[in-house]
Write a protein that binds this ligand. Structure first.
Ligand code: AMP
Ligand code: MG
Length: 318
């Protein structure tokens, strides 16, 4: 039976030992909870796919505890990538580049490129350091369902699948990392996330958005439907009229709706997108268990972290 341990020194020591033995451990990062295994051990990584019910074509992200160690997982990197590593690691930015020979095929789903990031969450950093190897870790949810931002979300979905769950409280950022690949040395956005696009563009110039041009396929696993609650989700303009009642729940951006709903969550009373992102999945988990058949979710402004929030809402609604 999987155990939950506090993410203190003793818990981290036990979790690191489990990872070294080929075990699977759920742990908090600053984005969401990850389901980790030794990233250089193919059998350990295979268990991640089994526990999540994740298709094998969907590659994993490798997590390292320093930029210098992370850099070694790439065969090479263009100047723009070096700049982004220097500026944003540790942090919620994943880079996709040609893989080093040591990276197993199961991690990259057979691709020649690998996705790598250095998390800034203190528990994650301490765990990776103690394990002494890169940790492969997708989000610790069942494939396609809501991402976990608290230890309780992990056990709700995965039960005793993981050998251990480290409980470090709520995650600070609350949405997954921003994923950037490179084409002829120029950054391309594969998934909006916890690092706003504006900050990346300030540091490295314009970023291509392949979803907009429709020319390039998205990253494998970046499916149209994902991050979905069990109720039907409908995106609406803020303040538009919807029918209240016990069968409906409401996710507001900054102002409570009129009428009685099964449940109502307000993401940020002050209209702050960072606060909204941090509480997004927690609010959706709560609305999911309200028993409502439909969740009305208000659109949020599409800049900064709003881009990641709208991406998750659109896929939950697909
Ligand atoms: P998750 O860790 O669950 O947030 O998902 C990781 C995502 O990273 C995958 O679903 C892919 O979309 C993306 N990804 C990982 N490795 C690669 C790669 N080599 N090329 C393109 N996208 C990748
Ligand atoms: Mg995921």
């Amino acid at each position: 039976m999987g155990k939950t341990l506090k993410a203190g020194a003793a818990g981290i020591r036990k979790a690191a030992a489990a990872l070294r033995r080929g075990g699977v451990v759920a742990f908090p990062t600053e984005t969401v909870y990850g389901l980790g295994a030794d990233g250089l051990n193919p059998e350990a990584c295979a268990r991640i796919f089994e526990i999540k019910g994740r298709p094998r074509f969907d590659p994993l992200i490798l997590h390292e505890c320093s930029a210098a160690r992370a850099r070694k997982l790439f065969a090479r990197a263009p100047a723009a990538a070096e700049k982004l590593m220097k500026k944003f690691w540790p942090g919620p930015l994943t880079l996709v580049l040609p893989k080093a020979a040591a990276v197993p095929d199961i991690v990259t789903a057979g691709l020649k490129t690998v996705a790598v990031r250095v998390p800034s969450g203190p528990h994650a950093l301490a765990l990776i350091k103690a394990a002494g190897r890169p940790i492969a870790a997708p989000s610790a949810n069942r494939f396609g369902q809501l991402s976990p931002t608290a230890a309780g979300h992990v056990t709700k979905q995965l039960g005793d699948g993981p050998d251990l769950v480290l409980d470090g409280g709520r995650t600070r950022i609350g949405v997954e990392s921003t994923i950037i690949a490179f084409e002829k040395g120029r950054p391309v956005l594969l998934r909006p996330g916890g690092l706003p696009l504006e900050e990346i563009e300030k540091a490295a110039g314009p970023v291509l958005k392949p979803g907009k041009t429709g020319k390039k396929p998205l990253a494998p696993g970046c499916l149209k439907k994902h991050y979905a609650p069990s109720a039907k989700l409908k995106i609406i303009k803020p303040g538009s009229r919807v029918k209240p009642g016990p069968g409906a729940a409401y996710l507001a951006f900054s102002r409570k709706p009129a009428g009685r709903f099964a449940a109502v969550k307000v993401l940020s009373r002050s209209g702050d997108l960072r606060e909204a992102a941090a509480g997004l999945f927690r609010a959706l988990h709560a609305l999911e268990i309200s028993g409502a058949r439909v969740i009305y979710a208000e659109e949020v402004p599409g800049h900064g972290l709003g881009r990641a929030i709208m991406d998750r809402l659109r896929r939950a609604a697909a």
